[in-house]
Write a protein that binds this ligand. Structure first.
Ligand code: C2E
Ligand code: CA
Ligand code: CA
Ligand code: CA
Length: 273
């Protein structure tokens, strides 16, 4: 039994070794990716559920790995955070997306995901203002998507930064709404303009009465305090129709469009670059 245990241990250590090597390789590759311009911003529409019109595009980062193909952000964003590269990546997305949005008709906004770590060094506000002035995009057309994790950051800093961003006219969305906790007090204490109901609730909308109840409550709550309510992960007409009937204003999901590179977007009224 001892031997067997030792064998299991060794197999386990070997697996850990492989995982560590794999991580090492990814980290090395990621550094090269930033240098070699392998990161690409894709855009996914948010549509008005009543009219079907596109009101916003969310910028979603992609890593085009030379041999592995597309590496999803759930894999490389944590790597970028750990390697201290998230500020650099964040700036890249911000600049690219703002420049791209200047080519769209003025009623269409752009939204950008911001990592909690980008709130740490105190440069976020100036980075955002810089991206706006360099691109010429007006602040009212930019939305930043943050998660509750940002609000968990210690100290008054995140709150002050969020208020300053809002004071410039930039929209602030609370992403993945419903997956964290104590969101309700956050909603009243921060100047959010939008909440995005997490796609896990939408996924289970057809099968779970509980998900429908949460969705209905969140829409009612959001609307009653004057926020735009959006839902992500809409894949079916049943989901869309339920959300629209409950008064959800905006929707995003494969039903309306997948994330695509800017060159593949068909934006009515888009100007040539
Ligand atoms: P998120 O902000 O919650 O983005 C929504 C995710 O849902 C995206 O995954 C999107 O492609 C996916 N999605 C959209 N419609 C549907 C649908 O109908 N069904 C399903 N099953 N999924 C749908 P993606 O692009 O893989 O991004 C994953 C996460 O990575 C994002 O979650 C966001 O947290 C993070 N991320 C992406 N780009 C950036 C970035 O530029 N900066 C930072 N800090 N994080 C990013
Ligand atoms: Ca998002
Ligand atoms: Ca989300
Ligand atoms: Ca998410």
């Amino acid at each position: 039994a001892k031997d067997e245990q030792r064998g299991i241990c060794r197999a386990f250590e070997a697996r850990m070794d492989i995982a560590a090597q794999e991580k090492n390789r990814l980290e090395k590759d990621f550094r090269a990716a930033v240098r070699n311009d392998e990161l690409e911003v894709h855009y996914q529409p948010l549509v008005n559920l009543e009219t079907g019109d596109v009101e916003c595009y969310e910028a979603l980062l992609r890593w085009n790995h030379p041999t592995r193909g597309l590496v999803p952000p759930d894999v490389f964003v944590p790597i970028a955070e750990e390697m201290g590269l998230i500020d650099q990546i964040g700036r890249l997305v911000l600049y690219q997306a703002c420049v791209e949005a200047t080519l769209w008709p003025e009623h269409i906004k752009v939204s950008i995901n911001v990592s909690p770590l980008q709130f740490r060094n105190g440069n976020l506000l100036s980075t955002v203002i810089n991206a706006l002035s360099t691109s010429g995009l007006c602040a009212e057309r930019l939305e930043l998507e943050i998660t509750e994790a940002v609000l968990m950051e210690k100290g008054p800093r995140p709150a002050a930064i969020i208020r300053n961003l809002r004071a410039f006219g930039i929209g602030i969305s609370l992403d993945d709404f419903g997956t964290g906790y104590s969101s309700l007090s956050y909603l009243l204490n921060y100047p959010f303009t939008k909440i995005k109901i997490d796609k896990s609730f939408i996924l289970n909308l057809d099968s779970e009465a509980n998900s429908r109840a949460v969705i209905r409550a969140v829409i009612g709550l959001g609307r009653s305090i004057g926020l735009t309510v959006a839902a992500e992960g809409i894949e079916s007409e049943v989901q869309r129709d339920y959300l629209r009937e409950e008064g959800c204003l905006q929707g995003q999901g494969y039903l309306f469009g997948k994330p695509e590179p800017a060159s593949a977007l068909i934006v009515p009224g888009r100007r040539a670059a």
